[in-house]
Design a protein around this ligand. Structure first.
Ligand code: HEC
Length: 316
């Protein structure tokens, strides 16, 4: 007899779980298609890539398989000068963001322009593609849409990367992975609250800004400054380097942990970073025995701190 009740209980549990999963997975998709993605939302999904959490391409959250954000002032195909434009480079095999895979989710107007004028349907993951954000009109209103520049302008990923050069290449997508992996959201939000916060941290995001972003990193219980627009308040790479190597270098009472290990083993010139020697020198400085703190090493081009700083400075 008792066994029968277990069976009923198990079925009820199954129905409740199934029902809640349908609501969780299906309803947001329905809603998403009725809100047009904003320009910010497009730039975010194009620079972050398909997913910024655990994924098949990057199971250990190392920042692999992500697009690169570049600034171009020369047309990579014709060599002509152009107005500076941000381009999102997906090298062969890098997964496309949800707006390319499911154009319907871009919302009213944007979907049609992206498919018809932007030719996003032609983008091929195996060959790679380069995207830009363009402006067009839909029902008398100006909207932004995704343009597949590989199809419309003949821009190939490798040409775009060579033309832009490493100094104009930002690894924003890999940096978002660092932000998620390192738990920055535990203390920081990316969502100014609707209070006097706005005056200091800037305007809050709109619904369409989150279209195609997975996961979002609003944070919840904030213990530190909001970072949604931090790149507008502070765009100094040198300050960021000191602050991430050891926040106490610039904010003596900061409770933020140090992230010196994101530098990796070698500095920009390929020399091993001697963390022990650095700390010894830093302790001397703290005790007042030296006037200046030790120098923070330059980071290597493929270090995780480069990713993180590129991401943080992209938060405009
Ligand atoms: C234990 C909480 C904590 C964690 C975790 C944390 N921070 Fe912070 N962070 C702070 C506090 C507190 C401040 C303000 C004092 C300071 O500048 O150090 C701050 C300041 C900052 C600032 C400067 C903000 C401004 O308004 O100028 C940046 C940028 C920043 N953190 C980025 C990060 C990133 C990126 C991570 C993850 C790698 C991170 N933080 C992790 C607590 C934290």
């Amino acid at each position: 007899m008792a066994f029968r009740e277990y069976k009923i209980g198990a079925r009820l549990f199954g129905v409740a779980l199934g029902g809640s999963m349908v609501i969780t997975l299906y309803f947001p998709t329905v809603n998403m298609t009725s809100v047009a993605v904003t320009e910010i939302g497009l730039k975010k999904q194009l620079s972050y890539g398909r997913i910024s959490g655990f994924s098949y391409e990057d199971p250990f959250l190392r920042g692999e398989g992500k697009p690169k954000t570049v600034m171009l002032d020369t047309d990579p195909k014709t060599g002509a000068q152009i107005d500076p434009i941000e381009a999102y480079v997906y090298e062969a095999g890098v997964p496309f963001p949800s707006g390319i895979n499911h154009p319907r989710t871009l919302g009213p107007g944007v979907t049609q322009l992206s498919v018809d004028k932007g030719m996003i349907g032609e983008a091929n993951k195996g060959a790679g593609a380069v995207f830009v954000v363009s402006r067009g009109t839909s029902q008398g209103e100006t909207v932004t849409y995704i343009e597949n520049a590989s199809a419309t302008r003949g821009w190939q990923p490798s040409d775009v990367l060579t033309t832009a050069g490493d100094a104009n290449t930002k690894l924003v997508g890999s940096g978002k992975i660092m932000f998620v992996r390192e738990g920055c959201w535990w203390c920081h939000t990316l969502l100014p609250e609707q209070t006097q916060d706005w005056q200091y941290f800037g305007i809050p995001p709109r619904l369409g800004d989150f279209n195609g972003e997975s996961p979002t990193a609003f944070g919840s219980d904030r213990k530190a400054p909001d970072l949604l627009h931090v790149g507008s308040r502070n765009s100094s790479k040198e300050w960021m380097m000191m602050h991430f190597f050891n926040p106490r270098l610039v904010q003596p009472h900061s409770i933020m942990p140090r992230y010196d290990y994101l530098w990796g083993e070698k500095d920009a010139s390929g020399k091993s970073i001697d963390f022990a020697a650095w700390r010894t020198a830093y302790t001397e400085y703290q005790k007042g025995k030296t006037v200046y703190p030790p120098e923070v090493p330059d980071y290597a081009a493929d270090s995780e701190i480069r990713y993180l700083i590129d991401f943080v400075l992209s938060l405009k």
